[in-house]
Design a protein around this ligand. Structure first.
Ligand code: ADP
Ligand code: GN1
Ligand code: MG
Length: 360
């Protein structure tokens, strides 16, 4: 079905005046569609949901609706730019399958907003921290156990490491030899990677509603004031650990380089960025987190960085089926970049913990 047909299914009226592809995510296909309806101009985000990754999109949309409704209710009127609003089809569904079996959803475009794929401005990083901290705050009284697990065991790092190491042994495409150094790193630092999974299984960390994809390009900022608006990309909202959200955000935003930087000499964790994000995050949800959560903030960055490095490597070893790649070997480059970052954080563990202590 074409974009116009999809928009009509979501009861959007008026005439299409523009349709732009937004090419930033690794998972879904995203379009910004502009409609004119009389004097009014309205923009929408229309997305084809990746059903290879999200096997049960209806259940995923139910999670998203419940969580966005909860936040909207808490924020009250006048806060429309602070939370996503999804459109419904005539039948009242928030996604539908077209005649080719593709699954679609649509939601309101938040005007005068901008996302940053990388960010040098510490004030913006502070704002990103605030946005994800507020997400924790707003959902602190939401019963996470009632949410559907969009991707089962998404942050079961121990399971991810076991899968990786068994694919290293099987080595179906004869690619493991390209990553000998990285594979040794995983074997040597396995204990660090599985720390949160083990604590979670022992019941030492509270189950919360988590976003699970807290890259800074999943926060919308006001184009002019650069204040954080809404947290977006809610596909992976499910029960989880607040530390996973924090760790993933720092991994992505406080890196001195891009997530897939081929020149590993450019990659490190930037203390200033780390501090700015952490200050924002803790100022919004510091009083919700338990002592044990606060003690493990730096560990969580190591966990998530190793986990993602492992996911990239696993995808490389098994034929690049999960993450979209721009060139052959992209997942190997991503692996090396993330392993380099994890090594840097491990080397500067005490120094980073001191920064956290100062903030607390
Ligand atoms: P993906 O899962 O592929 O990362 P996202 O939901 O994050 O998809 O959307 C991709 C990009 O589209 C975002 O980084 C942002 O720039 C833009 N975008 C998404 N939703 C909105 C919205 N409601 N208003 C404005 N821009 C948006
Ligand atoms: C994927 O779609 P995107 O780019 O926001 C992935 C995240 C990874 C991220 C790494 C559902 O997120 O887990 O951290 O790529 N999302 C899923 O860039 O697997
Ligand atoms: Mg995104």
């Amino acid at each position: 079905m074409n974009i116009e047909g999809i928009c009509r299914t979501f009861c959007i009226r008026g005439e299409i005046v523009a349709c732009d592809v937004i090419k930033s995510g690794n998972i879904n296909d995203t379009f910004k569609v502009t409609f004119r309806d009389g004097e009014e101009k309205n923009c929408y985000i229309v997305q084809q949901i990746n059903t290879y990754v999200f096997r049960e999109p209806q259940k995923m949309m139910e999670n998203i609706s419940r969580v966005t409704d909860h936040i909207a209710l808490k924020l009250g009127n006048g806060c429309e730019r602070m939370v996503l609003k999804f459109l419904k089809t005539e039948k009242g569904d928030s996604c539908f399958f077209d005649d080719e079996g593709k699954c679609w959803r649509a939601y309101r475009f938040i005007d005068n907003s901008v996302t940053f794929n990388s960010c040098e401005d510490l004030e913006i990083l502070y704002q990103a921290g605030l946005a994800f901290g507020r997400f924790q705050m707003e959902l602190r009284d939401f019963d996470a156990s009632g949410l559907y697990e969009t991707i089962p065991d998404f942050h079961d790092t121990e399971k991810r490491m076991n899968t990786l190491l068994s694919h290293v042994d099987e080595d179906p495409l004869d690619r493991a030899r390209d990553a000998g150094d990285e594979i040794s790193f995983f074997r040597e630092n396995l204990d660090r990677a599985v720390k949160l999974t083990r604590m979670q299984k022992q019941g030492l960390l509270p189950l919360r509603v988590t976003h699970n994809d807290t890259k800074c390009n999943n926060v919308l900022f006001d184009t002019e004031t650069k204040a954080a608006l809404a947290v977006i990309d809610l596909d992976t909202v499910m029960p989880g650990l607040a530390l996973h959200d924090y760790g993933d955000a720092v991994r992505f935003s406080a890196n001195t380089a891009e997530e897939d930087e081929p020149d590993t000499s450019k990659i490190a964790l930037d203390n200033g960025k780390f501090r700015a994000f952490t200050e924002g995050f803790l100022s919004a949800c510091g009083n919700v987190l338990t002592e044990r959560e606060k003690e493990n903030l730096v560990d969580s960055v190591i966990v998530i960085t190793m986990e993602l490095a492992g996911r990239f490597l696993d995808d490389y070893l098994t034929g690049d089926k999960y993450f979209k790649t721009d060139y052959p070997g992209h997942n190997l480059v991503r692996t090396r970049a993330q392993v380099t970052l994890a090594r840097d954080i491990i080397a500067r563990y005490d120094e980073l913990n001191l920064i956290v202590k100062e903030i607390l």
